[in-house]
Write a new protein. Structure first.
Length: 191
């Protein structure tokens, strides 16, 4: 069975699932289904505040989507970013998933239960998928990291550039800015 066959099989299997609480919708990466715990309310509050800050800057031709499938079937990857900026044309195009090569920005909010998914797995997958700007927001320690300019070095996809920020800084990326001063942090009781 080829990698493409494996991916198609996993994609078909994923479509048969009912979303089991407290799990989020499964993602697919490197021949595996990736399951995560559904984000808690503080995670959702961070997502809401980021959306409120970013949407007014997008203009009429761009939209910000929340929890939308983003698929590169050729690579065998399906991810569900917390927030993604795309052309409205892509958001209304046929099909259930957006094309990552037509994105402008992906934002992930680190979950306390699985930070490696954002800092390692998605940091590997997103440049390979052609995502031009990837912002990781981490309410655990009040930081953010902007990655941009995907490149392939020795057969490994990565981002050419990265900029670290602390809560209180203004993140600047892709022509947009996000003031992080009022983003909430997770408390000690968040798992």
């Amino acid at each position: 069975m080829s990698e493409q066959d494996d991916y198609r099989h996993l994609r078909e299997l994923r479509e048969t699932f009912d979303q089991p609480e407290p799990l989020a919708w499964p993602e697919i990466s490197h021949g595996r289904l990736v399951m995560a715990v559904w984000p808690g309310k503080r995670h959702q509050l961070v997502a809401h505040r980021l959306r409120v800050k970013l949407e007014p800057q997008l203009g009429a031709e761009l939209v910000l989507l929340v929890g939308t499938d983003m698929e590169d079937a050729e690579l065998g990857m399906l991810r569900v970013p917390d927030l993604v900026v795309v052309d409205e044309e892509e958001a209304t195009a046929q099909g259930d998933a957006i094309d990552p090569r037509r994105t402008h920005l992906v934002i992930e909010i680190v979950a306390p239960s699985n930070p490696g998914n954002d800092y390692e797995a998605k940091l590997r997958d997103y440049p390979a998928m052609g995502v031009p700007h990837y912002l990781i927001v981490d309410p655990r320690d009040g930081t953010a990291v902007h990655h941009w300019a995907p490149t392939c070095r020795n057969g490994v996809w990565t981002y050419e550039n990265r900029q670290h920020y602390a809560y209180g800084d203004v993140v600047s990326m892709g022509g947009w800015t996000i003031d992080t001063a009022d983003l909430p942090r997770y408390g000690g009781d968040v798992r």
